[in-house]
Each structure stands twice: as C-alpha cells, then as structure tokens.
Design a protein around this ligand. Structure first.
Ligand SMILES: C[S@@+](CC[C@H](N)C(=O)[O-])C[C@H]1O[C@@H](n2cnc3c(N)ncnc32)[C@H](O)[C@@H]1O
Length: 301
C-alpha cells in the first residue's frame, strides 16, 4: 500500500515506565477512568481534525464503519449504538435511512447532538430494563470498543430475532504476536503504543483463563485507557451462549481489499474520505439466531 503522508517510524514511542496491575475489583475505577478520559475530550474543529497525526487512520476507520452500515442497515431500522461516543456515526446511520436511533455511552461529555442518548455502562448495566419499551432493535452496533458478557446479554435481549449486531474490536492475535516479538512488554510507533504489566512478563496466556488480560492503550490524539484482550474464539463462544451466531468475520486488510474491489460506491466513498494511506483493522460479525450478529476486530500495524 502506498503511503500518502509521513513515514511512521516503527518502534519510536514512549510508553509509561510501568503499568499498574489491575484486578476485576478495580473495574469500577477503570470504567470511571475511561468515562473521564472520553468526557474530557473536546469536539475538534475541522482544521484540528485534519491536523491529527492519526487522521488517515480515523478516515479509514470511518470508511470501514460506513461500509458495514451500508451492508447491514435497512431503511426504517431501529438502531441501538453501544459506546456511541460523540455521535460521529450519526450521519452514516442517517444515510442508511434508519427509522430510530438510541446511543449509549459511559462518558457524559460524549453527548453533543439531539437524539435519544443515555449515559450508562454498556458492559455492566442491565440495559434491557431501560430500553425494553423502545425495542426490539433491528441492529445493534458497537464500534471500536470492547464487548463484555453483560454487553452480549444486553444485545441479545434487545435485538429482535434475526436482528444484526455489527462491531469492531482489537485483534487479540495481532496484539499478542506483537508483544511476543517485542523486546520488553511494550510496542508501538509514533502514533500508538501498547504496554502490558509485569505480571505478563512470560508472555504466556492460559487458554483456560482468557479473561482479565489488561494492557494500556495509547493512541495519539484519541485514546489513553486500559483495554482488555478479547480472544475472538472466546468472544464467539460467549456470543453463542447469548443466542448470537457468527455469520461473518474478516481482517480489516482483507475487508478493505474486498469491499474496495466490490463496488464503485465503496471506492468513491474511500476517495471522498481520503483514507487510503495506512490502515489497520479487522472485522467480523455474528447474528441473533434466526438472524445474525456481526463483530469486527482491529489493530494498527
Ligand atoms: C474509541 S471510542 C468509539 C466511539 C464510537 N463508537 C466511534 O466508533 O466513533 C470508545 C467509546 O466507548 C465508550 N465506552 C468505553 N467503555 C464503555 C462502557 N463500559 N459503557 C459504555 N460506553 C463505554 C467510551 O466512552 C468511548 O466513547
């Protein structure tokens, strides 16, 4: 792939000296930290956005989300958007001519547009109790955010049979591969770094205990939060427990290649977004039994 802007120097990054070890008991504090981080982020002007060191990554990610939405959203759909952020995807949903939109995010500061927006922890709260009367939903989306057990139970309870879940999440395999290739417990470049705690110094992870593998993720101009490894096979079998069936999963590189070739509409969108410089995401999807669920994973490399 030809790059259209400055070379990213691999290995040139400054992770913190140490990342604190965290147990599940700290999950409330972590959620609060995530909420504070995203609430504190102000809306950027167009100029500020264009000057971002990760502008091409943002644009490519927007292209991937737009294509996913175009592929699965139907006119008149009721949409439930988990971890909706500042509503950056609203226009994409509008273009898909959906009928109704509910966005949920843990960060209060994320809400800056008129829509039904709820401040809640999608991964801990029982949202079916709040959102039942609005449902069932045709589509549930969770973009660029991890999905936990409670989220899957919320999604399953709120989707109509046959309803679709689409999403993007980090690719655990790529993260672990890069960790093992690194000299220490961190790796990255000049726009991102990932750092694991000393407890993972062996770089070995038991498949019998796949949960709680935490790392610190820093993405210039976007994220500085704890995240958790979600191995895709574990996610898939968890989703099956909640009556969600995998129907499509793809690495972002393959997704971009495939859908750029598929139709001129997707090519034109990519051209307009000006995203095709560097890319890095993976996606997948699943669906509710008699329907479907879709998920995606990503990592910059
Ligand atoms: C990287 S942003 C993605 C925002 C949006 N989905 C997008 O694609 O632009 C991740 C979002 O997840 C939200 N988030 C993280 N943990 C959450 C939780 N437990 N419950 C609800 N939202 C959460 C954050 O507040 C943030 O807005």
């Amino acid at each position: 792939m030809k790059r259209g802007h400055e070379e990213i120097a691999s290995g040139s990054f400054t992770p913190p000296a140490k990342v604190k070890s965290v147990s599940y008991d700290d999950s409330f504090k972590n959620a609060q930290r995530v909420a504070d981080h995203y609430s504190a982020r102000s809306n950027q002007t167009l100029e500020e956005r264009e000057a971002s060191p990760i502008i091409h990554l943002k644009k490519l990610n927007n292209w991937i989300k737009s294509v996913l939405i175009q592929l699965y959203a139907q006119k008149g759909d009721a949409v439930l958007d988990f971890a909706c952020g500042k509503g950056g995807d609203l226009i994409k949903w509008e273009k898909a001519q959906i009928g109704y939109y509910v966005g949920v995010d843990i960060a209060e500061g994320s809400f800056s547009f008129p829509a039904r927006l709820i401040c809640a922890d999608c991964y801990e709260a029982r949202l079916d109790e709040y959102l039942e009367e609005d449902g069932p939903y045709d589509i549930c989306s969770c973009q660029v955010s991890c999905v936990a057990r409670r989220a899957l139970s919320n999604i399953s309870a709120l989707l109509r049979p046959g309803g679709i879940f689409i999403g993007t999440m980090p690719d655990a395999n790529v993260i672990i591969k890069k960790l093992r290739e690194a000299d220490g417990l961190s790796f990255g470049n000049n726009v991102y770094w990932i750092c694991f705690d000393d407890e993972f110094s062996q770089k070995r992870f038991r498949s019998s205990s796949p949960f709680g593998i935490r790392y610190q993720f820093h993405l210039e101009d976007a994220v500085d939060c704890p995240e958790w490894i979600v191995p895709f096979p574990v996610f898939k079998s968890l989703a099956e427990e909640y009556d969600l069936e995998l129907v499509f999963v793809k690495n972002s590189h393959e997704f971009v290649n495939e859908y750029l070739r598929k139709t001129s509409v997707h090519r034109e969108l990519m051209r307009r977004l000006g995203a095709l410089v560097m890319g890095t995401k993976i996606k997948a999807h699943c669906h509710r039994r008699n329907g479907m669920l879709l998920t995606c994973t990503w990592l910059m490399c």
